[in-house]
Write a protein that binds this ligand. Sequence first.
Ligand code: CUA
Length: 328
Amino acid sequence: MKQSGDRIRGARLVVLGGVAFLAAGCGNGQNALQPHSPQAGSIATLWWIMLGVSTFGLAVVVALLVASWFRRDREGRERPATVTVVVLGIAVPVLVIAALFSYSDIFLIRGTSAPSPTSLVAKRALKITVVGHQFWWEVRYPSGDVVTANEIHIPVRTPVVVSVTSSDVIHSFWVPELNRKMDLEPGRTNQVEIYASKAGKYRGQCAEFCGLQHAHMAFYVFADPPDVFARWLRDEARPATRTSQLFLDRCSNCHRIQGTPATAQVGPDLTHVGSRTTLAAGTITNTLAHMEEWIAHPQAVKPGNQMPELHLTDAQVHELATYLEGLK
Ligand code: CUA
């Protein structure tokens, strides 16, 4: 009974979270046809060209079908169909597809690849590392001791090279408005460049089925003016100033809070969790009530995730949630 109650409560929470995201506007920053980088622009252009050519091809086929229907009873000279089949059925499609392939590969898709390590772009790029976990994103910045989760901050109009890998299964890093997808593979590092030509918040999503909560493996990219980004990075490097004995007793086997004895790295780094906008990889908004719900019933909010039910009392849940929300 208790479990089904938890499920209903969790489902309600997730639905409410979803509604809140939708209400935040159609501009939720996850529309591949609203590109905000040259790379995403190329991909959108290719999509429109493909749509145009395919629509034209379909129109020709439908027109031929309709014409043959109207001419079905006409007496006439029997003509072998071989020429029609070879020309319209094989030669023309092969030519069209070859032309589209060459155009997309040479003019569009190559530009979406990460810059070569020796190029000028790569030298001036910010380099970050993203590690995929079931079902969240670990984000590491090279400068300082900055580790965060599920929210990536970058300076606007600056190339950012993201090195991606996985700690468990294959995931796929995808920010539709900024660039193409890139697989996160265990034991291997791939790279993708993200560049935001406009400041804003862009939604990313795991694009490779990775388990029960694949759909709830989201993240946000915040593209900020360089001074705002620099301030954020400075703040993130600061260790926590408060310790919670309850946290150390119950949560420090999995989580790290910089500046405290909690150093585990199984789950997300929580040093500045209070300053993030969402919890559970974009599943719910980050409020005290949601934090309490998440700590008390993680398997109801996001069934199948790796966070165990700790069977805490209401008072303990409140104490932990208040402590974590205070970690700005
Ligand atoms: Cu990670 Cu799908």
